[in-house]
Ligand binder design. Sequence first.
Ligand code: ADP
Ligand code: MG
Length: 375
Amino acid sequence: MAAISINGLSKRYGMGKTVLAAVKDFSIEIADGEFVTLLGPSGCGKSTTLRLVAGYVRPDGGSIRVGDRLLSSPDSVVPPEARGMGMVFQNYAVWPHKSVAENVVFGLRVQKVSRGEAQRRVERILDIVGLAGLGGRFPNELSGGQQQRVALARSLVVEPTILLLDEPLSNLDAKLREHMRAELKALQRRTGITFVYVTHDQAEALALSDRIAVMHRGVLQQYGAPREIYAKPANRIVADFMGLVNLLPATIAAVNGGSARVAASGFHLDLALPPGLAAGDAAEIAIRPESIRFVAPGGSAGVAAQVAEQTYLGNLSEYRLVLAGGETLRVQAPAAADHPVGATVAIAVDAAQCNLFPKAAPDSRNPNLHQGQAT
Ligand code: ADP
Ligand code: MG
């Protein structure tokens, strides 16, 4: 069984006054055979967490277990090579002066696997990653995607029960990245290996993962299935990070049980009331661009707005609308309807797809404050 249990994990860097908490009190459970992604902006602690799981970094607090086996605690760390894990590093490097087969066989040499057996396993793995017959090539005779597969093969050949991948596709161009994404997912299904994957790319996380752990300044913000993370973000940080979102200032006009009547610029929405909010409070409504649609003007349901910008994208059009109170809204709509710049339009917001959050503290709007200092 390769279920991973991470409990209260913490890691600080530096000393004296400039201590930085790279990971703070981080806890998640990863099931055997699950594909879990650590997602967040650069510097939020993803790589540190992965290196803690791999055993390259000793935690200052908390523990990491695989099944019943304690692998990491502040007192003891089982070394990386004794953990049954494979790792593909952020800046994967294949040895340029060694052939593909020599690159891949390395881990088996370390394990003293016999020559014949090693050769069979290298061939099998090269076949699995789509490099069959290329064992004799050198890295400079391969494309970027093929080199990435060599790095993958090298970590897979030792038959890990857990594979750790740190932004493995970030060096590839967009098209290849999508192709490799599909291949990785297929590989994971075929092998049943538990994957812990790190990326800052939310589309990649949504496409690949069984569950996503969203991190911000070293702190876990939400852990859940892609649909849950996107549709029901736990807070405005998650809502803002997962794709485009409009965060519209609003006021809780009235509360009725678990439901709130929320007043925004020129319209009302009935939304589920999150804990900690009461009538009269300032709030923000998170509205996805695709949950706004154009309706016939003059109807009672529509909210008036003016088209400030239209971007035609072929399959859809993106609009920037200005509401009566001066707030702007980004809208994605089918491209067939054409609302020119300057036109007055009416829109309807699908309340079921919106989320309500307490009004943000002023400093959380500052994009330069991603790297939290320890307190
Ligand atoms: P991510 O992978 O999400 O971009 P990292 O885990 O690499 O983030 O880094 C988290 C924070 O910890 C960053 O502020 C980074 O500068 C800091 N950090 C990471 N590794 C070290 C280290 N070895 N020494 C000092 N600070 C580090
Ligand atoms: Mg990183």
